[in-house]
Design a protein around this ligand. Structure first.
Ligand SMILES: C[S@@+](CC[C@H](N)C(=O)[O-])C[C@H]1O[C@@H](n2cnc3c(N)ncnc32)[C@H](O)[C@@H]1O
Length: 302
């Protein structure tokens, strides 16, 4: 019975999310980062700094070279969540422009997010700090937002940027597992990149709280029922690492990288194997175990 109730509730709320995505995001208090009530503005600012450090590490750039790496770059960030902290840091380091692209209108300059802005600012010194301050529409009132010529918030169906050969970098963190058209998002990245541009994405393949007794048992729901319950809510699309591999190899790109960051235990993989829904039954143990990964590629020159 509790299972039936869960299904009925999920199907009904999926329709609310389909008809009124803005209302759904507000009602569920989503920030994009899970339970952020527990985090202080300083914790959230530190998270954004860590994201930037992780992108630099993935690109093979020493942390102290952030300003020379980002200088003059145009960046597309998919799925910034409710505050574009990563975008603001990249702009502070000298990026020319960031397009923050989302499927849902999430960004809100609440009092707490103004606190995050202040904590980010406190972490910056010298030129990056001056550049960060210059991003504000009104230096006295951070809640008035940021200059659109520097950071442009784009909310579009499927979260596609629609850009053509404008970006040096496209990146995301904890977003690709939510997109509703994964192949389309990769095509959008490739179109948005300039020749020679780089894509880097950290993907979280965990259940996002939707498993029961095994971290992989959310893969037991049949695809049709999962879609009925969750397709409009931005919860995990459940694509596994094999899907990223297929998409990456079908694209005319180079320097393909697919690097697992977290693995389920062999015991959990074995225990869930007989319960899997059709799309996941064919997965090998190593692919099934993958609970997180980095995906990267570059767009060929010319
Ligand atoms: C878990 S949050 C991650 C937020 C932020 N990147 C972070 O690390 O805190 C997922 C984000 O992806 C966004 N999203 C969902 N579907 C998307 C899509 N199709 N394209 C772009 N963003 C999408 C959500 O609205 C949200 O902003």
């Amino acid at each position: 019975m509790p299972e039936l109730l869960r299904v009925a509730r999920a199907v009904a709320t999926n329709q609310v999310a389909r008809l009124a995505p803005g209302l759904y995001v507000r009602l569920t208090g989503q920030t994009g980062r899970g339970d952020s009530d527990q985090e202080s503005p300083e914790d959230i600012a530190a998270y954004f700094s860590q994201c930037v450090a992780d992108y630099l590490a993935f690109a093979g750039v020493p942390a102290d070279q952030a300003p020379s790496y980002f200088a003059g770059k145009t960046v597309v960030e998919y799925g910034p969540g409710d505050f574009p902290g990563v975008a603001l840091l990249m702009l502070a380091y000298g990026a020319r422009k960031v397009y923050a692209v989302d499927r849902f209108r999430m960004v809100r300059l609440t009092e707490k997010n103004v606190g995050v802005w202040k904590a980010l600012l406190a972490s910056l010194h010298g030129e990056p700090r001056q550049r960060a301050l210059a991003l504000l529409n009104n230096p006295q009132v951070p809640a008035d937002g940021f200059k659109r010529e520097a950071i442009e918030y784009v909310v579009r169906p499927h979260g596609f940027s629609g850009l053509q050969q404008q970006a040096d970098l496209v990146l995301s963190r904890a977003v690709l597992e939510h997109v509703d058209d994964l192949e389309g998002t990769f095509a959008d990245m490739l179109a948005a990149l300039k020749p020679g541009g780089l894509a880097m994405h950290q993907v979280d393949l965990k259940s996002h709280g939707l498993h029961r007794d095994n971290p992989l048992d959310f893969l037991a729901w049949p695809a049709w029922l999962w879609s009925l319950m969750y397709s409009q809510k931005g919860v995990p699309n459940r694509w596994r690492i094999d899907r990223y591999r297929q998409i990456l190899h079908a694209l005319p790109v180079q320097d393909r990288r697919l690097e697992p960051t977290l693995l389920a235990s062999a015991a959990d993989v074995a225990a869930v194997r007989n319960r899997l829904a059709a799309p996941f039954r064919e997965l090998g143990d190593a692919d099934l175990a993958c609970l997180g990964l980095w995906v990267g590629f570059s767009k060929p020159q010319g």
